[in-house]
Design a protein around this ligand. Sequence first.
Ligand code: NAD
Ligand code: TYD
Length: 343
Amino acid sequence: MRNLMITGGAGFIGSNFARYILERYNDYRVLVYDKLTYAGNLDNLKDLMPNPRFAFVQGDICDAAKVREALETHEIDTIVNFAAETHVDRSLTDPGSFIMTDVYGTYVLLEAARTLGLERYHQVSTDEVYGQVLEGAAVETDPIHTRSPYSASKAGGDLMVLAYYASFGLPVTITRGSNSIGPYQYPEKVVPLFITNALDDLPLPIYGDGLQMRDYQYVLDHCEGIDIVLHRGVPGEVYNLGTGTETQNIVMARKLLALLGKPESLLQFVRDRPGHDRRYALNIEKIKALGWRPRHSFDEALEKTVRWYVENEWWWRPIKSGARFQEYYRAHYHGREVRPSSG
Ligand code: NAD
Ligand code: TYD
């Protein structure tokens, strides 16, 4: 395994993973293959462009000919697939794009990996495929119980990956990661949205009662987990990947305001997301048995993330002030405030 194609590598986790791999293995080459949707951003890869072991191709994972050409030209032996439509709220208004990329696109990559006889196909999946976990923690053998078009599409991808293992013997692995935070996360996701809103003294829109729980992990821990599964994981297996601890959204928001020295009056309760999963929680014993441990607590991850956004306005200001983001924000949040009932 030396020549990796990182699909979706111009997005949040994929770009962190590309950087991580190039730093960790000085004989590996990385090709980022990315469509550059609204979430893909070449600024995320700016520092990697001059590296002779790095290459970028703009392309859609649904385009079988282009995928094959990129794999052959760059003599790829391993695909790590991050490419996906990823935002639950957008999946409620445009499920079709999620089905195309997250299910059909996954199939296109698998078929290319199979016909070219690649060494490994790794699918970057999500804890959301288990659905909400109201008590305890999901183990890898738990049934899929998806509730949003995003998680349903990701689950479809996972099932296709496992089918290629069972039917064709393609050496696949899957990680089901929890909510990640850190540098280069598109500011539609809750943590970068809240940090950047707070920096501009704008309200932090809390969905519903804010008591929903997520396992927020630092993005480089997520990257290291994928690396360990790539190198030590057993083909055909699924590995949960998170901290194994959960935090309520309202607690996360208060901590973030405290770190920034901003007032709690910025918290603004808004109408809940339809079908909002109450809690995700992962049992992480299986990946720990491979030697992986999360290196950051939630507090450490949040602190590093806040610091990065404070220090990197050059990255997020153009996104947030752009017409595309402004339009999304207006359509999604305008008029959504829940006013406290008087008396
Ligand atoms: P992101 O939205 O930041 O980036 C997705 C990237 O995929 C973008 O660069 C986009 O241009 C690219 N892309 C989208 N459709 C494509 C297509 N058809 N062809 C090629 N490229 C395409 O996403 P992220 O947060 O970095 O998530 C990466 C992966 O990790 C996804 O598969 C997601 O489901 C999974 N995941 C994310 C989290 C999280 O907290 N962010 C947690 C668990 C799993
Ligand atoms: P998000 O970052 O969209 O990730 P996911 O829904 O995939 O877990 O949201 C994380 C949590 O934050 C989720 O419980 C929804 C909540 N949330 C808000 O309260 N306000 C917001 O503006 C957003 C985007 C999310």
